[in-house]
Write a protein that binds this ligand. Structure first.
Ligand code: NAD
Length: 479
């Protein structure tokens, strides 16, 4: 069965590595029909700030499978990242990055490393919702959703099942972000029990990342949130040998995009120098995704054999290890000549016959009982003494809502604050009833009207809710 795919050759080294990749794919017998589109630098410079035209979107959405070479984002403001836009518009919630060392043929400090990092791709701080609220403080919202957590964690376990991975490790920082990262960890624990044959564990991200950089062989598959995954997957690719060797898949419920993890390396363009391996690795993931697993396996084994033969591009060439330094075209030719062969010392791959992981669609849970228990008013105030602010703020209390706490950057400064605590001009003033009762929104409006009357600069409010009787907001640090 022929699969129609969308291809963008990109900028810089993009066209050379894409030509080499497609040459290998088609010679190996991949059943592909190619729809080429233009994205990137030329489109940006023609005045389209997202780097892609409406007609190209239509083609990507029709074909559903997109193989993309790196692009150059022009310097200067106003140009939006095409990668971030594509991931979000197409709902590509899962970013998959295998990072494997090719010891002793590519230099690495970690000869036995073989990790897959699965990174949540749509939410977290990457929602890009930022506001300056006072002279001194800017906020970036971290959004974590239950559907987002369930989708990525289930994907990670299904991927482990399909590719024979034995252990799934979850990385979060839920000792600090108890609700957002806490939800990710909780959902991980809930879903892990559905996969009794796969070992599971959780690490706090800081020590987990340190362990991964030091002893990567103890990990098999890591699943984590967007920002942590972004940082971690580049480290993993680099310590495996080179960022030039890694590919990545971005998978959604209906569309998928495959690419190299590196950029367009403009200084290396048009010199037949670039290593096409990263894009080729992305393309192999694409073939597995569309069910052409036999072709994927044939190419991966030929690529491993070529690396093992010491036929290397400049970026991984090392005297004493490599046999011959080649350019992009000759490297591709060597892979083509090795099609049908397997590596002798590196482990050959076998890919099970199967297509896209078939994940159930998220089913919305029944709504919880939601009760309003108070409100946080965030106030811009240039003073330094929390007691002074408390006296001022108390003047806006209503019959029901009393000031219960003030924090500054999360730390409690009233009542009973420390003189030593450094305070900015951004204060959170918490209002609740004296007996932790339920309030209504009209009462918060009265509070806000009082604040306006008293010239108190409220820059935002946050409602304090309990869900099914459980308080769902953070306490002040030190409270
Ligand atoms: P880069 O990844 O392009 O280059 C980093 C270094 O790695 C350079 O020394 C380069 O020569 C080398 N390198 C990268 N890929 C190579 C390959 N296949 N073979 C041999 N050497 C390779 O990163 P950069 O220089 O920071 O960015 C250049 C441009 O790429 C920028 O415009 C950036 O916005 C863009 N970029 C695009 C993507 C993407 O489209 N997915 C990702 C990252 C950066």
């Amino acid at each position: 069965m022929i699969t129609k795919i969308t291809v963008a050759k990109g900028d810089g080294i993009g066209p050379e590595i894409m030509d080499a990749t497609l040459d290998i794919l088609l010679t190996a017998g991949a059943q592909l029909e190619i729809d080429e589109i233009e994205v990137g630098e030329k489109v940006y410079l023609a005045g389209n700030t997202s780097g892609i035209s409406k007609a190209s979107w239509d083609i990507i959405r029709k074909n559903k499978v997109f193989l993309k070479a790196p692009i150059t984002t022009p310097q200067g403001g106003g140009y939006k990242s095409l990668n971030v836009t594509t991931r979000k518009f197409l709902g590509l919630y899962s970013n998959v990055r295998p990072c494997m060392s090719l010891h002793p043929f590519v230099k690495t400090k970690h000869p036995f490393m073989d990790i897959v990092i699965i990174r949540e791709n749509e939410e977290d701080l990457y929602a890009g919702i930022e506001h300056q609220q006072t002279d001194e403080v800017i906020q970036c919202l971290k959004l974590i959703s239950r559907p987002g957590c369930e989708k990525i964690i289930r994907y990670a376990f299904e991927y482990a099942k399909q590719y024979g991975r034995k252990k799934v490790t979850c990385f979060t920082k839920d000792n600090i972000m108890k609700q957002t990262d806490g939800l990710f960890h909780q959902v991980f624990d809930e879903i892990a029990v559905e996969y009794p044959d796969i070992e599971n564990e959780h690490w706090i991200i800081d020590i987990g990342a340190a362990k991964m950089a030091d002893t990567p062989e103890v990990f098999d598959l890591i699943v984590t949130l967007n920002l942590y995954g972004d940082v971690l997957s580049d480290i993993a690719a680099q310590i495996a040998g080179s960022v030039g060797l890694a590919g990545s898949a971005n998978i959604g419920e209906s569309c998928a995009m495959f690419e190299a993890i590196h950029g367009s390396a403009p200084r290396r363009a048009n010199q037949d120098m670039a290593n096409p391996s990263g894009l080729l690795q992305g393309a192999i993931m694409m073939l597995n995704h569309i069910g052409q697993n036999d072709v994927a396996e044939k190419i991966q084994n030929a690529w491993l054999k070529t690396i093992e033969d010491g036929i290397h591009t400049y970026d991984i060439f090392k005297e004493g290890i490599s046999k011959k330094q080649v350019g992009t075209k000759e490297f591709a030719k060597a892979i083509i000549n090795n099609l049908g062969q397997k590596p002798k010392s590196l482990k050959p791959v076998t890919y099970a016959k199967g297509t896209t992981l078939n994940l159930p669609k998220y089913k919305r849970k029944p709504a919880a009982k939601k009760e309003l228990k108070g409100v946080d008013l965030f106030v811009h105030w240039p003073g330094t003494e929390a007691n002074d602010l408390a006296n001022m703020i108390k003047s806006i209390e209503t019959n029901e809502l009393q000031l219960s706490m003030i924090t500054n950057r999360g730390i409690k400064v009233w009542p009973d604050g420390f003189q030593e605590t450094f305070c900015t001009d951004h204060w959170r003033c918490r209002f609740k009833t004296s007996n932790d009762g339920i309030i209504n929104k009209t009462q918060t409006i009265t509070l806000l009207a009082n604040a306006i009357e008293n010239n108190i600069d409220v820059i935002k409010t946050e409602n304090l809710y309990a869900f099914d009787g459980k308080a769902a907001y953070s306490l002040g640090q030190g409270q």
